[in-house]
Design a protein around this ligand. Structure first.
Ligand code: CTP
Ligand code: MG
Length: 229
């Protein structure tokens, strides 16, 4: 089984509001992007790592890749306007031998190996797997004027995270259709759902946060202590 991972890292981190994109902010002196990439570098089931980034960050990332001996990282791919465009660009260069393609946000450095392995296994079995956690809060759908339209049954609500892992041809097909029909989505699973595939949910961990706002950085420092002691 040949599994590739695409790591989209071409965002600007507007909600973080830092002077550099959040994937380059450091936790214990190491950029978040590198913490994330190391999770895959150290996992034997992952054959290659494809990172998409802003062209202006290529030199910086290239330097980090060699400093941290990230030998599975392939030549960098330029990102696009939206996350979806960045992933689409990466899909074009994934090794043709890949059976499975995982997509994982550059800013989720707290992925447990056990969950990654479970997700790979489920994707191999069911063709599409999404790491997610059960909602702790009740989710309301609001209308444009912020009045409640609907309350979802919490027992069936899941919060999607990454990795999301798919059989190669499924992900490629989903992205082709999205381009053709101008479908825009915030995660890869949504695009795969559009081609009639029902991904399996893999119960993940609340640790696997997407570092998004300044509050998350403090929390991330605490999580890192749990991860690395
Ligand atoms: N991403 C990307 N290309 C884009 C936008 C986002 O590769 N055009 C990546 C980000 O770098 C991040 C992941 O997709 O690793 C998840 O996106 P998000 O958390 O929204 O990051 P940003 O877009 O950078 O943040 P913001 O939305 O606050 O600007
Ligand atoms: Mg974004």
């Amino acid at each position: 089984m040949f599994t590739s991972v695409i790591i989209p890292a071409a965002g600007f981190g507007e909600r973080m509001g830092a002077s550099v994109s959040k994937q380059f902010l450091t936790l214990r002196g190491k950029p978040i992007l590198i913490h994330t990439v190391e999770r895959f570098q150290r996992c034997n089931e992952i054959a290659e790592i494809v990172i998409t980034a802003q062209r202006s960050a290529f030199a910086r990332i290239g330097f980090l890749v060699s400093e941290f001996h990230l030998t599975k990282v392939r030549p960098l791919v330029e990102g696009g306007e939206r996350r979806q465009d960045s992933v689409a660009n990466a899909l074009n260069v994934v090794d043709p031998r890949a059976d499975l393609i995982a997509v994982h946000d550059a800013v989720r450095p707290f992925l447990h190996k056990k969950i990654l392995l479970q997700a790979i296994e489920k994707a191999a079995e069911y063709s599409a797997a999404v790491v997610a956690v059960r909602a702790k809060d009740t989710v309301k759908i609001g209308n444009d004027s912020a009045f409640v339209e609907k309350t979802l049954d919490r027992s069936s609500v899941w919060i999607a995270q990454t990795p999301q892992i798919f059989k190669r041809e499924i992900l490629v097909h989903a992205y082709m259709l999205a381009k053709e029909k101008n479908i825009v989505a915030t995660d890869d699973s949504s695009l795969v759902e559009q081609i009639g595939i029902q991904p399996v949910l893999v119960e993940g961990s609340y640790d696997n946060i997407k570092i998004t706002t300044p509050d998350d950085l403090e929390f991330a420092e605490a999580l890192l202590r749990r991860f690395e002691g």
